[in-house]
Design a protein around this ligand. Sequence first.
Ligand code: SAM
Ligand code: DTB
Ligand code: SF4
Length: 341
Amino acid sequence: MIREIMSNQRTDWTRAEIAAVFDLPFDELLFQAQTVHRAHHAAGQIQLCTLLSIKTGGCPEDCGYCSQSVKADSGVAATKLMDVQAVLQKAAEAADAGSRRFCMGAAWRNPKDRDMPAIVQIVQGVRAMGMETCMTLGMLTPAQADMLADAGLDYYNHNIDTSPERYNEIITTRTMDDRLDTLSEVRRAGINVCSGGIVGMGETRADRVGFIHTLATLPQHPESVPVNALVPVKGTVLGDMLADTPLAKIDDIEFVRTIAVARITMPMSMVRLSAGRESMSEATQALCFMAGANSIFTGDKLLTAANAGDDKDAALLSKLGLRPMESEEPLRACKALEAAE
Ligand code: SAM
Ligand code: DTB
Ligand code: SF4
């Protein structure tokens, strides 16, 4: 049902139209974003998600932002894939702590076929706990996408990260087209698509327009759009660049604008305020929620970087009167049906 509704979403946005949305006066932009948000999502509800690195570091890709690349001198130690039972233990703890979505990341260019049986057991085990599952494992073959779909994986995360023009300044070991190929395999296999990127990598407004344009003109919008603010990690190309030029840090209002434009152009998608909250003020996060973000990662760690932490988050949600979302699927379906009537 969700997929049928989402296929009705507008996918013919032009860059000029998206640029014009970015340019709206801030109060108008937030008003439009919140109006769109309320037509399709439950107001005041935020999905709480937990992130776990199931295989850390030693990645052969050269993504300029990432602490886990072998090219980075970040001090992140490389590990093997975690044992299935250890992952399921972490998932059970997350479920007990109220998390509704468990996202697992592996620092791979792509999974090897020998890794797949353990990955399948993990997906099945986490799903059996009643949590939504998301995995990000790098590029997939068609057969691997089918295995994940058969295991019951709910979402596959694979970010386009930035505009097509900027892509090869950030990553040289793969192309944007490689990324889009995996996304289309994920879609074909019937797994929900999670794809977004990073803001604050020294890109221009035009790059942010190109980034949103690429997502909003896919044959079907991603059901999930994570918007990360760069976490500048020492020893990575971008972390070091930003340390030398502090003024390059993304302006808070521009970050909120990006969230709002994602919400307006992809009305049905979950917009996830992902990495970077640790260094964001409460006021900026509140504006992101006003702009239509409805998901955060909780806990004190992302994959390798620090996160805001449960106590801070509980205090923020309480201060803002926001409630944890129980389940997003029925909510989105109901709202979309109401809107269609
Ligand atoms: N290796 C897999 C891949 O790249 O698809 C999965 C893991 S990777 C760490 C997942 C995403 O995290 C990246 O695509 C990027 O958007 C985001 N990310 C990584 N490092 C980040 C950082 N320092 N700041 C913000 N986002 C980051
Ligand atoms: C996404 O877009 N953000 C999450 C998730 N997908 C896997 C990852 C954020 C990673 C932040 C940096 C780190 O912890 O190393
Ligand atoms: Fe590897 Fe993913 Fe990090 Fe790129 S973002 S270096 S692919 S773990």
